[in-house]
Design a protein around this ligand. Structure first.
Ligand SMILES: Cc1cc2nc3c(=O)[nH]c(=O)nc-3n(C[C@H](O)[C@H](O)[C@H](O)COP(=O)(O)O)c2cc1C
Length: 355
């Protein structure tokens, strides 16, 4: 492993995913566009496109656009619990996307079809139980997301979760949640991970499509300024502590609002609303309630990303918001990470009496 700028870093993840540096752009709905994913791959990392709020045709076009932006490997993220996830996965397979990343579901059917065209499968998990199951189902690597993360991090913080899972599986682990700089990269490697995935840090770059207000909030806020609750979108989820997030956490579940918002979400997913509603209602009371919350959150997250609406918007952001105070280009972020990781490595060597 070599942290010097200009030199390649070699880990199991760079070898598996064929990138120069073991640094991935997390798949983030409304954020990880072809432009951002392409920029990360062009800078030597690996960009994961987000597809959750794209129709099937938009997903296909996003993959093709990414290919025009970069000739390097990239990937695409699909949350399996959204309506139409299976069809979306089929589009990624038809387009032979080099790295398929699934989350929020069991990817039993995914590995075989992706491996058939030479693609790689990365499963996102937050517990050892799901890590072992993804490994059993043929995943080539895992993104392990700790408590610090934006959106759906696990109950356990990365410092403990990463080594806990590294000890239990035989495939490479990519650490996510709480990583925004070279110290985080070095720490993740020391904990036994073979790479990192960053969401919040890349969300706040010049190439990122989010509203300037969201980037500025990220530059201003401290590590304590987020909330973690299952009342935002029905799953434990981290967002900036804002009036929009507080309102959603305090709200009773307004079913009429959920009904209207589910229509909005179904349209965005390119999924017939009636079929979505039938599927939701047939899934049982608990899951219906969770999906209803998800429909409400979908709208609020969009208001934050597209309009920077601080009153009603929910700004998904990780605790690392407190470590970030400038909006850089993707290239500058990558360069800074490599320099910082090199100095972390020197500090580690000195502290352990080797220099
Ligand atoms: C605006 C936003 C949208 C997100 N959407 C998704 C998504 O669609 N799929 C997914 O797997 N994770 C999603 N995430 C979570 C990230 O993939 C990742 O796990 C998280 O950002 C890592 O933590 P960090 O922010 O501390 O780097 C999202 C995060 C943000 C900030």
């Amino acid at each position: 492993m070599n942290f010097q700028k200009g030199k390649l870093m070699k880990t199991a993840v760079t070898q598996l995913l064929e990138c120069e540096y073991p640094v991935l752009l997390s798949g983030m709905t409304g954020v990880s566009t072809p432009e951002l994913a392409g920029a990360v791959s062009n800078a030597g990392g690996l960009g994961l496109l987000a597809t959750a709020d794209l129709t099937l045709e938009q997903t296909r076009q996003a993959v093709r656009r990414t290919r025009r932006i970069t000739d390097r490997p990239f990937g695409a993220n699909v949350p399996l619990l959204i309506p139409g996830a299976e069809e979306k996965m089929a589009v990624l397979v038809e387009e032979k996307v080099p790295v398929v990343n699934y989350t929020l579901g069991s990817g039993e059917q995914v590995a075989d079809v992706v491996h058939r065209y030479g693609g790689k499968v990365v499963a996102t998990v937050t517990t050892a139980k799901h890590a072992l199951s993804a490994e059993k189902h043929g995943a080539d690597a895992l993104i392990v997301t700790g408590h610090e993360a934006a959106a759906h991090g696990g109950a356990v913080a990365s410092m403990v979760l990463i080594p806990g899972i590294v000890d239990r599986v035989n495939i490479p682990v990519i650490a996510a949640g709480g990583i925004a700089d070279g110290r985080g990269l070095a720490a993740a490697l020391v904990l036994g991970a073979e790479g990192v995935a960053m969401g919040t840090r890349f969300m706040n770059t010049r190439e990122s499509p989010v509203h300037d207000t969201m980037k500025q909030l990220c530059n201003q806020k401290a590590v304590e300024d987020t909330v973690y609750s299952d009342r935002i979108d029905g799953l434990p989820c981290r967002a900036l502590d804002s009036s929009g997030a507080r309102k959603m956490m305090a709200d009773r579940l307004y079913l009429f609002k959920a009904l209207a918002n589910s229509r909005f979400a179904a349209r965005a997913y390119g999924f017939p609303w009636i079929a979505a509603m039938a599927g939701i209602l047939l899934s049982g009371y608990r899951r219906s309630k969770q999906l209803a919350r998800m429909a409400n959150a979908f709208r609020a997250v969009k208001l934050a990303i597209d309009d920077g609406d601080q009153k009603r918007g929910v700004f998904l952001m990780g605790q690392v918001t407190g470590l970030i105070d400038e909006t850089l280009t993707v290239g500058q972020v990558m360069e800074k990470i490599l320099i910082e990781a090199a100095s972390a490595r020197a500090r580690l060597a000195a502290g352990m009496g080797q220099e």
